[in-house]
Design a binder for this molecule. Structure first.
Ligand code: PLP
Length: 397
């Protein structure tokens, strides 16, 4: 059975060009970049080239602003903890209620360990309440961390606008953004519209580099202290022998993303076509975040009267891979914090599926999904008691 992969916000396949670029660093160029002989110095220089290329990809002013890490989770932890270390007297953090756990769980931990954290709510479209954010700023606010694009709904937050407003109120606040879902899909320009953003974090495996390589951008002059301590790698900012092959892979993925930036329009057309067909063919659905500015590859749909796991399993049996908006914990389906924050109606929230496309997704695959999904939903609803409840009560949307 040929599989159809529509879970690209979870991870993406490695581009063949990326793999090709990496291979020499496993085979011949395996030297430790800190060693002193010529071949090791060459490897060090290749890492520097990658740093320069990635700095230019996001229009950073200096390659020293780029720190290679192991993943976005590490980058987020380093960004936040490093900021707090450098500003020990400041105890207030602002973040959003819909961050990825890589930020949210850390902020929850900090809130139990001496920090006060304000979580900004979103509306039913997934948009952020920017005034709420600004009103929360206090004398001891040290950090505002607002993700760029939401991993579940694709909703994009206007971090250019928010960071500007935040800095107008309190210029010494550090503004961080988890850009893991936007890098590679949206052009990020740290020298222009993102001028007020001090730190961004991202991960290679979301745009066709392998899992295990992340990046942390820190604007020159930002008060920050290293999180991982040890050797002097990464200009003394992140200890640990450099993961050369993966750094080269990340560079190649950035070059490819730049080349393919325009192809995102094709993906958007495909995504919109899918959503229109779903709306025409399946009654009682909500497309979450549809009214907001969204990533072009993401479609998050709540189907009334069915459970996400049942849809996911039925699609899985047909070789179609997607993601559920509810996770099964201790036998109960727990809807995601993002859907809860958006107040998706109860009858629909439990039947949420995320479809996420990539530049490798084609029309034939989307047509297959369109031909299969309505029948799956229809048959699941036939035997669903919650579907009967939905039909017998006034519609919530
Ligand atoms: N932040 C966001 C928005 C994400 O979507 C993810 C992964 O899904 C992460 C952080 C964590 O990325 P990594 O797996 O590289 O740690």
């Amino acid at each position: 059975m040929k599989t159809i992969y529509l879970d690209n916000n979870a991870t993406t396949k490695i581009a063949s060009e990326v793999l090709e670029a990496m291979l020499p660093y496993f085979k011949e160029q395996y030297f430790n970049p800190s060693s002193q002989y010529d071949n090791a110095k060459k490897v060090f220089n290749e890492i520097q080239k990658a740093r320069i290329t990635i700095a230019s990809f996001i229009n950073a002013s200096d390659e020293k602003e780029i720190i290679f890490t192991s993943c976005a989770t590490e980058s987020n932890n380093a960004a936040i903890i490093g900021t707090l270390k450098a500003n020990p007297k400041m105890k207030h953090i602002i973040t959003t209620s819909v961050e990825h756990p890589a930020v949210l769980e850390l902020c929850k931990y900090l809130s139990l360990n001496g920090y006060d954290v304000s979580f900004i709510p979103v509306d039913k479209n997934g948009n952020l309440d920017i005034d709420y954010c600004c009103n929360k700023i206090r004398e001891d606010t040290v950090l505002v961390s607002v993700m760029h694009a939401n991993n579940e709904t694709g909703v994009i937050f206007p971090i250019d606008d928010i960071s500007k407003k935040v800095k107008e109120i309190k210029p010494d606040i550090i503004f961080h953004s988890d850009a893991t879902q936007s890098v590679g899909k949206i052009r990020l320009d740290m020298g222009n519209n993102l001028h007020f953003v001090d730190m961004i974090t991202f991960s290679g495996h979301k745009f066709h580099a392998p899992k295990g390589i992340g990046c942390l951008y820190i604007r020159k002059g930002t008060p920050w202290l290293p999180f991982l301590l040890g050797g002097h790698q990464e200009n003394g900012q992140r200890a640990g022998t450099e993961n050369t092959a993966y750094i080269i892979g990340l560079m190649q993925a950035c070059l490819l993303a730049e080349q393919h930036m325009e192809s995102i329009k094709r993906i958007e057309i495909l995504r919109n076509y899918f959503e229109e067909e779903m709306m025409a063919k399946i009654p009682y659905i909500i497309i979450n975040g549809r009214e907001a500015k969204r990533l072009q590859n993401t479609s998050n749909i709540s189907f009334y009267g069915v459970e996400s796991e049942s849809i996911l399993n039925a699609l899985n049996q047909r070789g179609i891979y997607v993601s559920a908006g509810s996770a099964c914990t201790s036998g109960t389906l727990e809807p995601s914090h993002v859907l809860k924050a958006m107040k998706v109606p109860d009858g629909a929230m439990h039947g949420t599926i995320r479809f996420s496309l990539s530049r490798y997704t084609n029309r034939k695959e989307i047509d297959s999904l369109i031909s299969i999904l309505p029948e799956i939903i229809h048959s699941l609803r036939k035997y669903s008691s919650s579907w009967n409840t939905v039909l017998n009560r006034p519609r919530e949307i």
